[in-house]
Design a protein around this ligand. Structure first.
Ligand SMILES: Cc1cc2nc3c(=O)[nH]c(=O)nc-3n(C[C@H](O)[C@H](O)[C@H](O)COP(=O)(O)O)c2cc1C
Ligand SMILES: O=C(O)C(=O)c1ccccc1
Length: 386
């Protein structure tokens, strides 16, 4: 993505026209705006975090504790933020995080999101728990770069089938999520007795899977409740361990990324096990209430393994300035979670595009104003700990 100071790239496109969706450009206010358009169940599921919410708050506090240290007069009129992430070209060091059940936010769900990713030229990561199947995304998703996020099902035939379908549908990189082998303690859902999957929401990849269907006594249509129960039996996987990675390597020939790394110890194990990258993440504070902030873990992990492998980051990114801070602290790229979902809730594909445009435009302004000509120039001396 090229920018110059005459035409602030994507910022100018549509920002001041009638076509712009009537959605705030104040990225910090998106959540409140989206809250008005979501049902209490969807709102609880999407926004709420684990337990008291302390980890989600810590994620934000960690961003506030770092301040950008701007440098002046450094010839930053022409800027280029494009990059290659594990062989995937992207307009900027930003990816759409894997998020399940996106039809909770908007009827177009993941199809709207992947099309927005295509429009902006950033990678889309498809959740195992999506409301649209691999094949639907491949057919209807345009030319967005596509990665696949795996929740490792305990049924091996379903696992292998997922890997094959993802490959055939053009998903190039595999992201194995480690931090959600069980769903965290989420009071907003527990109090409402709300589990979307039990209404067959967010299990489309399973319902359309031949290996999954082979384990059912009746078709999904004849007995949808039994299908949901079958999913509920193979989703929890707390037995997952490092020795199983070899199996994944044997059955996936693209890059493998581990998502949910929060410690130097696990980052080193990831390196020892030959994976290509990690995502430093605490799942947006949705899993362990009291876990450390994702951003607090980032610098030490980058110091330990950043030279040898790709280090991605998520949890708490809300603005372009946040993105700049995470990159300055050593992330190769960031994944955006809830903010794009808020855009989806407010305006479908156009809403997701709006949020991506805002965040990338602000990112471009922040990098230029702080004396950089591109994401690659951001470094530790671009920030100070307040
Ligand atoms: C509603 C919702 C559903 C999610 N579903 C998944 C998922 O299916 N797979 C996954 O790896 N992460 C999932 N995540 C976590 C995101 O990938 C990401 O780690 C997190 O949202 C980042 O934090 P943020 O929301 O503060 O940006 C989900 C997050 C949300 C908010
Ligand atoms: O809700 C989540 O955070 C998540 O990752 C998930 C897990 C299982 C099913 C759907 C989403």
């Amino acid at each position: 993505m090229n920018f110059s100071d005459h035409q602030i790239g994507i910022y100018a496109q549509g920002m001041f026209t009638d076509q712009r969706p009537q959605i705030t450009t104040n990225l910090a206010e998106l959540e409140a705006e989206a809250a008005e358009s979501l049902s209490p169940e969807a709102l609880g599921y999407i926004v709420a975090s684990a337990g008291s919410g302390s980890t989600a708050r810590a994620n934000r506090d960690a961003f506030d504790a770092w301040r950008i240290a701007p440098r002046m007069m450094r010839s930053s009129a022409e800027r280029d933020h494009s990059c290659t992430i594990l062989g995937t070209e992207s307009a900027a060091p930003l990816l759409i995080a894997p998020v399940g059940i996106q039809t909770l936010a908007h009827p177009d769900g993941e199809l709207a999101t992947v099309r927005a990713a295509a429009a902006l030229g950033v990678p889309y990561v498809h959740s195992t728990q999506a409301s649209h199947s691999f094949e639907e995304i491949a057919e209807g998703g345009g030319d967005a770069p596509r990665w696949y996020q795996l929740y490792w099902p305990t049924d091996e035939s379903v696992l292998l089938s997922f890997l094959g379908r993802a490959k055939n549908s053009g998903f190039t990189t595999l992201v194995l999520t480690l931090d959600t082998t069980l769903l965290g303690w989420r009071p907003a859902d527990l109090d409402r007795g709300y589990l979307p999957f039990l209404s067959n929401l967010g299990i489309e990849n399973y319902l359309t899977d031949p290996a999954f269907q082979a384990g059912l006594e009746q078709s999904v249509e004849a007995n949808p409740v039994a299908a949901a129960m079958h999913w509920a039996q193979m989703f929890p996987n707390p037995g997952l361990n490092w020795s199983q990675l070899a199996f994944l390597r044997e059955n996936w020939d693209g890059p493998i990324v581990l998502k949910g790394i929060c410690t130097v110890g696990d980052a080193r194990l990831a390196l020892d096990h030959g994976v290509d990258g990690i995502v430093v993440s605490n799942h947006g504070g949705r899993q362990i209430d009291g876990a450390r902030a994702s951003l607090d873990a980032l610098p030490e992990i980058v110091d330990a393994v950043g030279e040898q492998m790709t280090v991605l980051f998520d949890s708490g990114v809300r603005t372009g300035a946040d993105m700049a801070k995470a990159l300055a602290l050593g992330a190769d790229a960031v994944l955006l979670g809830r903010p794009f979902l808020y855009g989806l809730a407010l305006g479908g594909q156009a809403g997701v595009e709006h949020v991506l445009r805002c965040i990338l435009a602000e990112f471009d302004l922040v990098t230029s104003l702080s004396g950089h000509t591109g994401a690659a120039e951001l470094g530790r001396d671009s920030v100070v700990h307040a």
